[in-house]
Design a protein around this ligand. Structure first.
Ligand SMILES: Nc1nc2c(c(=O)[nH]1)N[C@H]1C(S)=C(S)[C@@H](COP(=O)(O)O)O[C@H]1N2
Ligand SMILES: [Mo]
Length: 441
């Protein structure tokens, strides 16, 4: 008969031990055993991400400028405050610019997904650093990492959901992705400031080309590092660094190869297996990608039939039938629809110059912007404004025809906006009102 009952299996002693050594599992240094983790590997992924994300960030911010949020009806982020500091008058030339910047934003973003995952994998032991905070400085740094990783994941997830599913959020994509970008960029700036010297040193610690020549046999862990990325009890390697880099690079190449086709017209478009707008619709003049169908937005034949009129408003207000528009001087230009989702397609549009319509409304072109309003009553993108430069460009049209045929209902019959270097979202379909306004800047 023992004189003392046995103590509880899980008591103060255990807790004390956990506090010193960390709870069992991933918090213990011996848990992470990949012999490939180390400062050099993390720095390689980090540098690729740094350069790639810089391009994604710049093209993303340009996309916001292309939206011309200062014009009536365009701003989805009224609370942006100083964050709009860099906005400038978006040019109409070159016509393909937004096609390239937004295509690069989306396709490069997709291409970086494997690199982002590899980078997170390479630093995962740090997530379980124990104790949670050794000093105030370290606590602040770890909190900034929450914003960095959380921000990156949020931006990639909202971006990818948007291009795959077209605005499925309980909140609007634009403000979420815009504010998320600034939070992420702020956290990234802090991270780069703190880590860049270390990353540069780590990169210099190994010869990249030599690493590419080293197979599994020669693969050894990096020397122990103060940050604890290198495993304290490394397992035997099952893959060389070269193999890992090839795996991640191959993943990126696959993402790129399966999405770049959405910006190419012609047979290569069908290679965009990862892109919902990668398919081929047929040879007809109206057989190209449709963002939102007329039916999905409740646009009916009654809205767009014989009773349809275009109201052109300025100092003079003019009401025109489609026949009257067709009687005005027609102009034809090949211009791309370049969607914020990254897909784009060039088609040949015929219609009336916006500058001619501005003149009808009593304005000298070059000084006025225009708000185009659709007959659409539900959903987003029923109205958008173009700046004065866009209105004045001779290629800016109220398009009535495409590829030699009347616009189909889904492509915006009776009339839609089509202009050079204009984000697709502002090529308003089923236009029934044009309000010209003097631009105040
Ligand atoms: N009225 C209206 N116009 C619209 C839209 C819309 O939802 N409603 N979608 C826009 C978007 S996001 C794009 S990319 C283009 C696509 O044009 P398409 O459907 O003819 O390809 O139309 C634009 N015009
Ligand atoms: Mo779009």
């Amino acid at each position: 008969m023992p004189d003392k009952p046995p103590g509880p299996a899980f008591g103060r002693k255990t807790l004390e031990r956990w506090w010193r050594a960390g709870p069992p599992g991933p918090f213990r240094p011996g848990f992470w055993r990949s012999p490939l983790r180390g400062p050099w590997l993390t720095a390689v992924f980090g540098m690729v991400l740094l350069v790639g994300l810089a391009v994604v960030a710049i093209t993303g911010l340009l996309s916001y400028a292309a939206y011309e949020p200062r014009l009536p009806g365009n701003d989805t982020t009224p609370g942006k405050g100083l964050l709009g500091f860099y906005l400038f008058e978006w040019p109409a030339d070159p016509a393909w610019l937004y096609r390239v910047t937004q295509g690069a934003h989306v396709i490069l973003g997709l291409t970086l997904v494997p690199v982002l995952l590899a980078k997170l994998w390479s630093v995962i032991p740090k997530l379980f650093d124990w104790p949670p905070a050794r000093s105030v400085a370290q606590a602040v740094e770890r909190l900034s990492l929450v914003l960095l990783v959380g921000g990156a994941v949020f931006q990639f997830v909202t971006g990818i959901l948007n291009i795959q599913l077209f605005y499925v959020f309980p909140f609007s994509f634009y403000p979420a992705h815009f504010y998320g970008a600034w939070i992420f960029l702020a956290a990234l700036a802090v991270h780069v400031a703190l880590k860049l010297p270390k990353a540069v040193r780590a990169l210099r610690s190994r010869d990249f080309l030599r690493e590419l020549r080293t197979g599994l046999d020669g693969t050894r862990p990096e020397p122990p590092d103060p940050d604890g990325l290198v495993a304290t009890h490394p397992a035997a390697p099952t893959m060389s660094r070269r193999g890992l880099l090839a795996f991640v690079g191959g993943g990126s190449a696959l993402m790129f190869g399966l999405s770049v086709g959405q910006t190419l017209d012609g047979p290569l478009r069908r290679t965009a297996l990862l892109a919902p707008r990668g398919r081929d619709y047929g040879p007809g003049p109206n057989d190209f990608q449709i963002n939102k169908t007329a039916a999905s937005l409740g646009v009916t034949a009654a809205d767009t039939g014989d009773a349809w009129r275009l109201t052109v408003a300025g100092p003079r207000t003019v009401v025109l039938t489609r026949a009257e528009l067709l009687a005005m001087p027609p102009h034809t230009y090949a211009l791309p629809i370049a969607c914020v989702e990254g897909w784009s397609t060039e088609q040949e549009w015929t219609g009336v110059r916006l500058a001619d319509l501005a003149a009808l409304a009593g304005y000298a072109p070059g000084t006025v912007g225009v708000t185009a309003t659709s007959v659409q009553r539900v959903g987003y993108f029923g109205a958008a404004s173009l700046n004065a430069r866009q209105v004045a460009d001779p290629r800016s049209l109220l398009a009535l025809r495409v590829n030699g045929a009347d616009l189909s209902l889904d492509h915006g019959f009776p009339a839609r906006i089509m202009a050079p270097n204009l984000p697709g979202v502002h090529t308003t379909k089923w236009v029934h009102r044009l309000d010209f306004f003097r631009e105040q800047r």
